[in-house]
Design a protein around this ligand. Sequence first.
Ligand code: C5P
Length: 408
Amino acid sequence: MSAADLSSLRGRHIVLGISGGIAAYKSAVLVRCLVKAGAEVQVIMTPAAREFITPVTLSTLSGHAVITEFFTANTGEWHSHVDLGLWADAFVVAPATACTLAKMATGVADNMLVTSYLATRAKVFVAPAMDLDMMAHPSTTANLDTLRSRGVDIIEPAEGELASHLRGRGRMEEPEAIAAALARHFAAAGSLASRHVMITAGPTRERIDPVRYIGNFSTGKMGYALAAEAARRGARVTLVSGPVSEPVPAGVDVVRVESALEMLDAATRAAAEADICIFSAAVADYRPARPLAQKAKRESADRDITSVELVKNPDIAATLGSARRPGQVMVGFALETDHEAEAATAKLARKHLDMIVLNSLRDPGAGFGTDTNKVTMYFADGRTPVATTLKSKADIAADILTQTISLT
Ligand code: C5P
């Protein structure tokens, strides 16, 4: 059997709840497997689980102190079940005994594991492990049905020899298979298969005459990184690009434009079919009111220009944001120098967007022309903003798309 692709586990926060059953020894292998795949694992044990495996083994493998009690006995330090529940991208209970499943189904929050389960917003998985008769008992079946109906994923136990030496259904699934189930979940959650994504990128150029223009320093790197990442996740991608020298990423359809008016035209066309629109272009706010058909000349009195009258360009994001179809997701960018959060959230509302990505200008390595960036994402639905660290534009693109997908 070939090893499962666990790459989607990289960087994920996983809470592993261990309840008291013989299969708890396999949880050590599960921690190892998840950590090796790049996940961060925080273990919570029920008091009974400590009879089967020691917290020392699990804290060593996970690199985090194991939590079993609401308080640390000697210091009185309170362990917040809410923080852990919110930290988790996935919450896995393995092994899940008949008792823990019953408590989860009925909300009996008398230990840290069940309490954290009740506080989490993450996807929950349970890997039942018990004797065959307990597994087949109507109360266990009913509890599993209740959990399933609430969106919990049951990683079905396998048939085989049980701790009682009886043979039957109730063996906890192997750690590698549990890790693979989590990886499949994250891979599917991050997928853009069968989605159409439209991205505007780069600067625009507004002609003064046939050889001169008004432009800006945008290199298009962020928009091109987003296009590459969306294509990698299986999307059909239309990249409406101003003049830049970035190579077009594999699998991306590019529509090249020069001015803001051309970009508006191409973006409007692409948005008509797109499920997601991302406006990362640095569109020139103004264009010359009357571009000259002939080159301006200092030595020719009728073509000597010392000033250029400007008119406002249309706001592409705001135009398409207010004309959006139901279900269409719209994401914009903001680059601010002062009152950043207020300015970004005001723009989010004014342009009818779902999310706005604030570029930090304060951090060296963030913004125009660099290969790295650091952003904060603000949401129209009022959820807590998400801030990234300084990292490559490819990694920032992955973070932006992960948040975007959560809005679809
Ligand atoms: O208003 P401001 O230019 O700061 O807004 C930035 C956001 O709006 C970006 O997402 C940018 O791509 C978009 N925008 C646009 N058309 C304009 C100006 C900005 O799509 N004319």
